[in-house]
Design a protein around this ligand. Structure first.
Ligand SMILES: Cc1ncc(COP(=O)(O)O)c(C=O)c1O
Length: 384
């Protein structure tokens, strides 16, 4: 099942695809923005077709049946009992990150952001005139770690919020229970709220890892956190705009709702997002398991070949379909521009906090990945 389903190319040219249109009519493989080149599960396509056939597209509200399946799923997959009332639906996660910064820190108060990280984490505090303390993931052999002692020394009294990305985009780390407990102790000591973006939680590649929602680890974590999730990455429905925040504490929930009011669209325009989300969560599990097998194969191939290229290096990624590749190439200051000139369109690391890295999206057919790797090898070979 895996090979045909995920190795049959789908032509995305002429479909207003952000990913493919960037390099329209140019021989550059688009391996950048985080969507995959696969059709969504057939169950989603069927549900959307049925909704379209109904033909009335007025305002909507989150279906009870969808909220029930979310509650069930978080309990079954992540051992996290939640209540329907804790859910708040948004058209995306990035707006929820920005709402959180505005809701849980006042102007000039400080927000902690571990980085390199998906760049909207780094723009959210300054956009809202909040201060930002960046803590850098440090590479330790084959993994990445946070330096909690450094953070303890540098945290300021006016810090209010910790923006967590777990699983981490771009280094693919899945935080262990011990790391989450460490985070919780730190946040408890400094009275911080955690906004935990867990959009990649269904995409765990390393079979020895398990996603643990931060909010599930203790009463303190539950009462002082907001968790962001969505079917968008897992089921490749990012263009349908459907995400949710889980906010157990009614005071925090109220703050979040007040802050979004009149600015971020309420869920009444999310018909197709809701339809897709419910179909994904009710019937998409076999598809997700096949997807994971495909991504694991792509990941393993990439890991082996990237690490064999002089000047390039990546750690094994525990999750996501995004590889963070460190580049130490003679005379090359902007590795993303260099690779683009050689026919591979990657995401540059600078907006994430490290200009010496590139991010490669391996949510594609194996053939496309192989071609991308060949082009990378040839590009690097021109430097010797
Ligand atoms: C960690 C993370 N959060 C949020 C998003 C985007 O969320 P949305 O498109 O729902 O705003 C991405 C997309 O790659 C992501 O990796």
């Amino acid at each position: 099942m895996t090979s045909t389903l995920f190795n049959t190319p789908v032509n995305r040219q002429g479909t207003s695809s952000l990913k493919w249109d960037k390099y329209k009519d140019r021989d550059i493989l688009p391996m950048w923005v985080a969507d995959m080149d696969f059709q969504s599960p057939p169950e989603i396509i069927k549900a959307l077709n049925e909704r379209v056939a109904h033909g009335v597209f007025g305002y909507t509200s989150p279906p009870d049946s969808l909220e029930e399946v979310v509650v069930e799923r978080l309990n079954n997959l992540y051992d996290w009992p939640i209540e329907k009332e804790w859910l708040d639906w948004t058209p995306g996660l990035v707006c929820a990150l920005n709402i959180s910064v505005r809701a849980f820190a006042e102007e000039n108060e400080c927000v902690i952001v571990p980085c390199p990280v998906y760049y909207p984490f780094l723009t959210a505090p300054p956009l809202a005139k909040r201060q930002m303390l960046q803590i850098f993931w440090r590479r330790q052999g084959d993994t990445w770690e946070l330096d909690w002692d450094w953070l303890e020394k540098n945290v300021t009294r006016d810090t209010r919020l910790f923006l967590l990305c777990n699983p981490q985009n771009p280094n693919g780390r899945v935080l262990t229970r011990a790391e989450l407990v460490r985070l919780e102790c730190f946040c408890k000591k400094h009275h911080l709220v955690v906004c935990s973006d867990e959009v990649h939680c269904d995409l765990i590649l390393d079979k020895n890892c398990q996603h643990i929602p931060y909010a599930s680890i203790s009463d303190y974590a539950r009462e002082n956190s907001i968790t962001l999730m969505s079917p968008s990455k897992t089921f490749n429905v990012a263009g349908l705009g459907c995400a949710y925040a889980v906010i157990p504490n009614p005071e925090l929930r109220e703050k979040f709702r007040k802050t979004r009011q009149g600015i971020v669209p309420s869920p009444d325009s999310m018909i197709f997002g809701f339809t897709a989300a419910e179909a994904a969560y009710r019937s998409g599990e076999p598809w997700r398991q096949s997807l994971l097998e495909h991504l694991r194969q792509n990941h393993d191939y990439l890991l082996e070949h990237i690490n064999a290229i002089p000047g390039l290096s990546m750690t094994p990624h525990q999750a996501t379909y995004l590889a963070w590749v460190e580049c130490d190439l003679p005379g090359i200051k902007n590795p993303d521009s260099f690779f683009e000139q050689h026919g591979i369109g990657l995401t540059g690391g600078a907006p994430f906090g490290d200009p010496n890295c590139v991010r490669l999206n391996f949510g594609c057919t194996f053939n496309l990945l192989k071609e991308g790797v060949e082009r990378i090898k040839k590009a690097v070979a021109t430097l010797t």
